[in-house]
Each structure stands twice: as C-alpha cells, then as structure tokens.
Design a protein around this ligand. Structure first.
Ligand code: SF4
Length: 504
C-alpha cells in the first residue's frame, strides 16, 4: 500500500474507538474513481469517535488468497475485517459476486445468518442498492438506499451508542433509506440528501485512479428529462442543481484536472461559467455526459480549451423512432450537428453511446444505425460504444424482457460486418448483459445463486445456477409479439416475486 499512499493527496489518517472499513468490491483504480465512495470516506472520518479506512479487492484475488494473509486497509494496514462496521459501496450489478468475494477475503462470513455479535456489521450502499437491493439480502445487515449523506451521521451515532447488533438495528430502524434484511421484507423510502449537504466532491486525488489525478465535483444530482429507460432520473432524483460559485468554492487551488459530474451536464445552467473559469486558470476538464441536442460551439470551445480531444454523446437507440419510444428527444440531425461542431473545432473524434436489443427493435432500426454512422463518419472519426439494453427496476421498462442473447449477438455481428471499416466499435457482451439483467430484476434467490458460483463465475455457471433455482428467462430469444407495445406493457417473465410490482 505504501506506493499508493505516497501518491495520494487528501488521505485522512485517524485513530478512534469506532473503526469503519469502507471497502470497494473492485480494484483500487476503479474504487477511487467513485465520487460516492470518496464522500462517504470523508463523512465517516469527520464524525467524532469514528475512524474510517479503505480496502479494495486485490488485482489477483486468487494469488492474494494463496499468500494466506489478511487483507490490509490502505491507511494503516490493519486487518480490513477487524472493525465495528464493514461498509461497501457497489455500483454495478456484475459486482455482486465481488461483494461476496470481498467478505470472504476479509474473513467475514458472506451469509448474514451465519454471523453473530462478534462480527462486524456489514452495510452495503451505492447505486446498485437503489436499482435493486434484493439480491443483497442474504449478505447485508444494513442496505442503504438513496443518498448516503443523510445516513452517515445516524449510523455513526448508532455505532457509538449501541451495545449489541439488535440495539444498533433499533437505533437506525425506520430511517428513510435504511433497509434491514433481518427485519424488513420490502425496501424503505429512499434517502434524499438535503441541498445543504451538496455538492459532493473528491477527498483524495491520485494518479492511480481510472480518472487519473482528477478532482471530481458534482454539478447536479438527478435529471429533469423524461427518458424512460434511465435510472438516473429516479435513482438520483429529485433533480438538484448546485450553484456555479458553490462548485468553484470546493475546488482546491492545487487541482490541475477537474471532472464535472452530473447526469446531463449540458442541461446544468452553470457548465459554461464553471468550465470557462477553470480553463482560464489553466485547469484541464473532464465531463461525464453531454446531450447532442444542447451542444453548441461555445460549449465545445470551452471543452476544447479544457483539453478534451474527443466529444462524447449518447444516442441511446439505433433509430429515430426508438429514440422517440425511449423519450430520449435526440434526433439524427442533432448527432450530425454535433459531429460537425466536433470537426470544425478540431476534436479528433466523436464517441457515440448506443443501446441495442430494445423491445420493438427490428432489422430496419439496425439499418438506420448503420446508415447514420456512415454519415457521421463522413464528418469526423467515430467511435461507437454499443451496450445491450438492460431493463431496470424503478423505470417504466421494469417488466420488459431482456432482448435475448442470440438476437443481440446477430445484430452485433451485422453491425461489425458493415461498420468495421467505418467506425471504431466496442460492445458489451450480450451474455454478460443477460446476467446483469437477471441481477437487476432478481430477489434474494439470485443472491444465493451468485453465492454458489462466486469463486468460479462464468456464463455456464450462471446458467446452471439459475436452472437449479427454476429461474425462467428469455436467454435465447425475444418475443416478436412484443413489438410496438409501449414500455411496461410486456408480460413479466422471470421477474422475482420479491421485486415484482415495485416498478414506478
Ligand atoms: S438519459 Fe440522460 S437526459 Fe435522459 S433522463 Fe437519463 S440522465 Fe437525463
């Protein structure tokens, strides 16, 4: 850990009676790029009597386990599992097996029912818990749903006062955002941070993060747009914009690279003001997302001055009719205009994110995708990032089926064949997107299926484990009769009884 620590700015070192380990079930570089993880770290360390240290999954977990050593924390190297609270932040469905692995590596039994008062309390929060907390039920003592800012002081109070696990539960039970699987069967109201606890901003900057040396600051939480597939609008809602000067006030003078975080930054009213102020100071910029229908030359110039070399926008659907179906509000004309601006201002290319496998999608939609990508590539270099559509709870698409591995693979093959000389293509595997879709809709039984395979995870292992629990899913094919139905009108195949009926 020493070389990592030496390269960090902002590390907090503290000794206190209540020890919290804040773990990220993935590599150091991934965890350190999570703004939520960094905020929780600072908040725990600012609590009186509480000291929080970080832990990450080793790059090679098998090799690490062979050493027979306990997993150390980053700050002091103490045993990560030796603490009062073992908190994990989890962003992605496919990190489910990593959560189980993490508990195993630190010597905490992954199954809640096998633990007792002598074990650390296991608390899990992060975007996945808002999306679907139910697969975490077998593993977590506490699941935090929604914004973490409100929860940390309450949990810290309870940790200081509680004399037993039940006592701890009593002290936090009933709080918005607190889901206690030992006591509750349904998720609670989500926690929503009051505006005065925002903006969120980085605590530690390091070159070893995936966002190397970047200081992150949250411009907005939530999104006012109506895109039906998008979890950000419900998960981070209601939309809360921070003030431009508020953002500048929390950015330290030493920051050389600043990442503005927000679901739709081109809707944020202060992006240009903050961006221009920072670039005039010589600061490099990073932005998480820009809508193609709001890009103009002024914004593009600011981003160029901030060192961006490629422009990134989301098309999200392969055709205009499907973008309308998703209420995305972006037209092919918007994409062409953005490509032109990116070329005129000397950006080296345009990255376009896209989903396929949408319910009413057919071959004509893919033909349109191929055709407008060729048009875009006639203007600037194009990189196309393609992900299979994964329906999520808390969206109107909750009950839609997954598009089907075979159909999505066939469409990907066609796109690759017809566009391989036109655009740089990257795609997410259809098979792993199917696993993601199962975890996104499943209940505790999916958590238990993950428990049977977490040491040897593969598509084959998932199929076998899901067969064993009788999970019915549209792995192979989609149902053509679904075409033309509006979102949410499909038959809900394979939806867990625990999760069924909880869509917005
Ligand atoms: S896709 Fe983008 S614009 Fe649409 S609701 Fe989500 S964050 Fe907002």
């Amino acid at each position: 850990m020493k070389p990592l620590l030496d390269d960090e700015t902002g590390t907090m070192f503290k000794h206190a009676p209540v020890r919290v380990t804040l773990a990220f079930p993935n590599r150091y570089s991934v965890g350190m790029a999570s703004l939520g993880f960094q905020v929780i770290y600072r908040m725990f360390n600012n609590e009186e009597g509480v000291a929080c240290e970080r832990a990450f999954l080793p790059d090679d977990v098998d090799a690490f386990e062979k050493l027979g050593q306990p997993l150390p924390t980053v700050e002091t190297g103490r045993e990560a599992g030796d603490c009062e609270l073992f908190a994990m932040s989890v962003s992605f469905e496919l990190d489910l097996t990593n959560i189980i692995r993490m508990l195993d590596v630190v010597g905490i039994h992954p199954l809640r029912e096998k633990r007792d008062d002598s074990d650390a309390i296991v608390m899990i929060g992060g975007p996945l818990t808002s999306s679907n907390p139910y697969p975490l039920v077998p593993f977590a003592d506490v699941i935090v749903i929604g914004d973490g800012e409100q929860i940390i002081p309450v949990v810290s109070d309870a940790l200081r006062e509680a004399t037993s696990r039940e006592d701890f539960y009593d002290l936090i039970d009933g709080m918005p955002g607190i889901f206690l699987p030992a006591r509750h069967t349904h998720e609670p109201t989500w926690a929503t941070a009051p505006k005065e606890l925002l903006p969120a901003y980085s605590q530690i900057v390091t070159p070893h993060s995936e966002l190397s040396n970047m200081f992150l600051v949250e411009a907005q939480r939530g999104c006012p747009r109506p895109c039906t597939f998008c979890l950000a609008r419900t998960m981070y809602g209601p939309n809360r914009n921070n003030g431009g000067q508020e953002l500048l006030d929390v950015i330290p003078d030493w920051a050389q690279k600043v990442g503005l975080v927000g679901a739709a930054l081109s809707d944020f009213p202060h992006t240009k003001f903050v961006g221009r102020t920072l670039t005039e100071r010589g600061v490099k910029l990073g932005v998480s997302s820009i809508r193609a229908d709001t890009v103009d030359e002024e914004l593009a110039e600011i981003l160029k001055a901030g060192g961006l070399r490629t422009f990134t926008v989301a098309s999200d659907a392969p055709s205009e009719r499907l973008r309308r179906w998703l209420k995305k509000g972006i037209t092919t004309e918007d994409l062409l205009k953005t490509a032109q601006i990116s070329r005129d201002l000397g950006f080296s290319g345009l990255k376009v994110y896209m989903m396929i496998g949408l319910g009413p999608e057919n071959d004509d939609d893919i033909t349109e995708l191929i055709s407008f990508t060729k048009e875009l590539a006639g203007i600037n270099r194009i990189a196309l990032g393609i992900s299979p559509f994964v329906p999520k709870r808390h969206t109107p698409h909750f009950a839609d089926p997954f598009g089907g591995v075979q159909i999505i693979e066939a469409r990907l093959k066609r796109i690759q064949k017809e566009l391989r000389r036109t655009a740089e293509l990257r795609n997410v595997s259809a098979k792993w997107a199917w696993v993601e879709s199962v975890i996104a809709r499943g209940g505790p039984e999916i958590g238990m299926a993950a428990y049977t395979l977490y040491r040897n995870e593969s598509i084959g292992a998932w199929k076998k484990a899901l067969d064993e629990i009788g999970w019915v899913d549209e792995y192979g094919d989609n149902d053509a009769s679904s075409i033309s139905l509006p979102p949410g009108q499909y038959a809900a195949h394979g939806v867990s009884a625990h999760a069924d009926g909880l869509a917005v």
